[in-house]
Design a protein around this ligand. Structure first.
Ligand code: KIV
Ligand code: ZN
Length: 526
């Protein structure tokens, strides 16, 4: 039986990326967009072009590189934003302009300071203007779930008439609950005369932990596009998690009677790539992609799973791209064996990425005897997002001496690619190896940034486990507190910590150069 398709609209690079701590540089956005294509998403929302030069360029670059998926650019309902989105999308094979304005009285009165009639006219004008660049126009009535239903229906009917071919219904503040959202979508189907001329989409936030449930409910009511992010990243408590919606549709195909075109085996690699780029891990018990999602601890469950996996597993780990942890490689493994294993794991790399990967692999295999699949994926994430020559600072060497009754001391060699080509070396004492190393880095760079949080995970077991450190780093800049995450990976905990701090400094440097974003939700003067 053929089933309806649910279009997956990924907004990790827009709604996800705009939330504090998740910002990515251009190259990271491009790498991630390429992975989203591999994953099979239908639409990639690449950014909000008018907001900053960095966003504009990212949308432009992604538009040039992405061939199969549609590329969307966000725009408020005004000519300047829409023109900017249209320019950024000029080279896209399938561009989409996504324009929005609030429809709830609370936003209209207090934020926009307009009347309902004025806002409705503005929405229609914006959609009409957007259609002069492309016929692929999406419209979102922001805060739809707190809007007057009759007015919402009137607005949607008018923008479809003006040419919008996708209507997205956002639960902007994560306020609705599944049965109410179902009713709202049904109401729209029953009260908007031309509703069948557009695809109905939903965009849920997770403030009450209901984003996935609400999206699933909307599908039952007839929505055919879901806006979501990988790992559920996004404003405040995040957005609907892509992996949860996709795996609900797949696992409960008996009930859902719809399908997506997502290659589910790319779910885990995509999730891992994102955590590697942003330095933010998912909680261990996160549905589908958390470390414990397929771990069975209780005796009864273990017994059942050993007898038949489906006794306690509703999804197969391999369906989301989790491979059994096999011992595969070591320091004597040749290039061919390493690259074949990577391919088996679903990674097709370009030549320069393969070269960089192999260099890193060899350096780790020199000190770690057994390299597992998880190690390979971690090395890969590191290589893909940290091409040091493009960053300002590169760690050249870390030498640390610690002991129970001696003062820890670190000698750090760092290269500042901006100031000179010479490496700079400095020494510092500290309370432990990481602290000493961070102090030496501060002496070399003169940074005023400091570490707010420090997180350490071992990727595989054993005393020679590869470990990953992610740090939250803050720095005051032009009266604002900038916050970034940095990450580093090494067999040595102190080295990973120091590398993660330098990674954060690079991100701070990038943020300062790209300009700090305005608040994208600022609608004054639209
Ligand atoms: O949450 C929201 O309302 C949005 C819109 C711009 C779609 O992100
Ligand atoms: Zn949103």
């Amino acid at each position: 039986m053929s089933t309806d398709k649910i279009y997956i609209f990924d907004t990790s690079l827009r709604d996800g990326e705009q939330s504090p701590g998740f910002s990515m540089n251009m190259e990271e956005k491009l790498i991630f967009a390429e992975q989203l294509e591999r994953l099979g998403v239908d639409i990639i929302e690449a950014g909000f072009p008018v907001i900053s030069d960095g966003d504009f360029e990212a949308v432009q670059l992604i538009s040039q590189k992405v061939k199969r998926a549609q590329v969307a650019g966000l725009a408020r309902a005004n000519q300047k934003d829409i023109e900017s989105a249209a320019r950024a999308l000029e080279k896209a094979v399938s561009p989409r302009i996504h324009t929005f304005i609030s429809s709830s009285d609370i936003h209209i009165e207090y934020q926009l300071k307009k009347t309902r009639d004025e806002v409705l006219r503005q929405a229609v004008d914006a959609v009409r203007f957007a259609t002069s660049f492309t016929k692929n126009v999406e419209f979102s009535p922001m805060d739809a779930t707190r809007s007057d239903r009759k007015y919402l229906a009137e607005m949607i009917q008018a923008v479809i008439e003006a040419g919008a071919n996708t209507i997205n219904v956002p639960d902007t503040v994560g306020y609705t609950v599944p049965h109410e959202f179902y009713d709202l979508i049904r109401y729209l189907f029953e009260n908007v005369k031309n509703i069948n001329d557009a695809i109905i989409s939903v965009h849920c936030h997770n403030d009450l932990g209901l984003a996935t449930a609400n999206a699933i409910s909307a599908i039952h009511a007839g929505a055919r596009q879901v806006e979501c992010t990988v790992n559920g990243i996004g404003e405040r408590a995040g957005n609907t998690a892509m992996e949860e919606v996709v795996m609900t549709i797949k696992t409960r195909s008996d009930l859902m009677k719809v399908h997506t075109d997502i290659n589910t085996q790319q779910i885990m690699p995509t999730s891992k790539l994102l955590t590697n780029i942003t330095g933010v891990s998912v909680q261990p018990n996160k549905a589908v992609v958390g470390d414990n999602a397929f771990a069975h601890e209780s005796g009864i469950h273990q017994d059942g799973v050993l007898k038949h996996a489906m006794t306690y597993e509703i999804m197969r780990p391999e369906d989301i791209g989790i491979t059994k942890s096999k011992l595969v490689l070591g320091k004597h493994s040749g290039r061919h064996a390493v690259l074949t294993r990577l391919k088996d794991l679903g990674y097709e790399l370009k030549q320069e990425e393969l070269d960089a990967f192999f260099v890193k692999f060899k350096s780790i295999a020199d000190s770690k005897k057994e390299i597992y699949d998880e190690d390979l994926i971690a090395i890969l994430g590191e290589v893909l997002h940290r091409r040091e020559h493009k960053w300002r600072y590169a760690v050249e060497n870390v030498q640390i001496s610690t002991g129970m009754s001696s003062t820890p001391v670190a000698v750090i060699t760092l290269k500042d690619n901006e100031i000179n080509s010479e490496s700079v070396l400095d020494v510092a004492h500290g309370n432990g190896g990481v602290d000493a190393g961070v102090k030496a880095v501060k002496k070399i760079t003169g940074t005023t940034a400091h570490i707010r949080a420090f997180n350490l995970v071992a990727i595989t077991g054993g005393s020679d486990a590869l470990c990953e450190v992610s740090v939250t780093v803050e720095e005051e800049y032009k009266g604002k507190m900038l916050k970034v995450f940095g990450n580093g990976m090494s067999i040595d905990i102190s080295v990973a910590g120091i590398v993660s701090f330098v990674d954060a400094l690079n991100k701070l440097d990038y943020m300062k150069k790209a300009g700090i974003k305005q608040n994208p939700y600022l609608q004054d003067g639209v």
